[in-house]
Design a protein around this ligand. Structure first.
Ligand SMILES: Cc1ncc(COP(=O)(O)O)c(C=O)c1O
Length: 395
């Protein structure tokens, strides 16, 4: 990052070797019978999708755009098409591309899929996983960063509709659709013990549903949402403990394929957002460093309310101006971007004594939900560069 020319900043730098090594460790910690799909919404850069290919069984896509993009980047890969509010055109495209699984989120969507399949691919069987917003034990999702289930949300069908949906899939009225399994993604930001508790309750609920109707159930997706700790960037989700727990769960249900679909915990660690300090100033007793770029490139800290972990790379380039170089006088500096909003905060109270204009800052854990969730055009600043280092598959 220090090697990038000043006019190349800000820039995203992705380490594909590190990504491949991390994905290999994740895959290695999981039992063979557990399938791993990457949730492409976390970061759909084609280079990352390709680097992950040897370690994942498929990709979860949640829009027609992701569907077309991921199919283009990794054409041989199985896709699971999820997401609320699928349009008829998106469903038709998914049918034409032959996606491996549909995660169906409502009765309306199920009937729409049945009707469109009959019209566009009448000869084909379509594998359906019903997505449910399942109840969780009181307080089980209290500490999580994003809850999509266990409370009123638009994601998946209400469990109260489960019996009717299973009947709709098995009473012969939608003959092309095959009830393959159940899908749930209840929260993001869960550590291994909570993930296992959630996975166990999803599997228990799903197998009871199937037993009630006397129908076979082949697959249960227990979601993504493995925690990434932005306050402790060296920590990792305990994949070994999670894998061991899933092994138990899989052993108790030999008829089932379990599937997980993490996004953040796969790609967060391989990305960096590198930039330089433009100015340093004191304001009402606090010091601020304004960096080139900001949350319109790296929205993660603004959207999650955390401080993005970062490393300062002091610059030894001579100061080119006849006036003094702006520099921090105290120990702690708040790093902000160029936007005209107090929300453009990248990291507060960073220990950066002596930070100066021209120094570089590399923000870590910027490989997931970073560039692709940012409001790029606000204020019309230039876009960052993108650099992919390391060879995928070297792990
Ligand atoms: C259906 C679904 N699966 C998987 C994920 C991935 O979650 P995470 O990136 O937290 O692992 C999401 C994220 O929103 C999701 O909505």
């Amino acid at each position: 990052m220090a090697a990038l020319a000043p006019d190349a900043l800000p820039a995203y730098v992705y380490d594909l070797t590190a990504l491949a090594a991390h994905a290999a460790r994740v895959r290695g910690a999981l039992p063979r019978r557990v399938e791993l799909y990457y949730a492409a919404k976390a970061n759909p850069e084609p280079q990352l999708l390709a680097a992950l290919r040897p370690y994942v069984d498929g990709y979860e896509v949640s829009s027609g755009g992701e569907l077309a993009h991921v199919h283009g980047a990794v054409p041989d890969a199985p896709l699971a098409f999820g997401g609320p509010g699928k349009t008829p055109a998106e469903i038709v495209r998914a049918l034409e591309l032959g996606v491996a699984r549909f995660h169906v989120e409502s009765g309306h969507e199920l009937r729409m899929l049945g009707a469109l399949a009959a019209r566009h691919v009448p000869e084909r069987r379509i594998a359906v996983l019903l997505r449910f917003n399942l109840p969780v034990a009181d307080g089980a999702l209290d500490g999580v960063s994003l809850a999509m289930g266990g409370r009123p949300t638009p994601f998946g069908a209400d469990p109260a509709e489960a019996d009717a949906l299973v009947r709709a899939l098995t009473d012969g009225g939608l003959p092309q659709l095959e009830l393959r399994g159940v899908h749930a993604h209840l929260a993001s930001g869960l550590r291994a013990p909570e993930q296992l508790a959630v996975a166990t309750s999803i599997v228990t609920w799903s197998t009871a549903l199937a037993a009630r109707h006397g129908v076979p159930l082949a697959e249960v997706v227990v979601g993504g949402g493995m925690a990434v700790d932005y306050a402790a960037p060296g920590e990792r989700f305990d994949w070994a403990a999670y894998g061991a727990g899933l092994e138990h769960l899989a052993a108790a249900h030999p008829e089932l394929t379990l599937r997980i679909e993490p996004g953040r915990a796969l790609t967060a660690y391989c990305g960096w957002y590198a930039t330089e300090v433009l100015d340093v100033k004191a304001s009402h007793g606090e010091e601020f460093a304004v960096v080139r770029g900001g949350t319109h490139h790296l929205r993660t800290p603004a959207t999650k309310g955390h401080d993005q972990p970062c490393t300062v790379l002091p610059s030894d380039a001579p100061w080119p101006h006849p006036w003094p170089r702006p520099a921090a006088r105290g120990e702690r500096v708040t790093l902000t971007g160029q936007l005209c909003t107090p929300k453009d905060l990248l990291a507060r109270g960073v220990a950066a004594p002596g930070l100066r204009a021209g120094d570089r800052v590399a923000f870590g854990l910027a490989g997931a939900y970073a560039w692709n969730i940012s409001h790029h055009d606000f204020l019309m600043h230039p876009r960052p560069g993108f650099h992919f280092v390391g060879a995928a598959g070297e792990a």
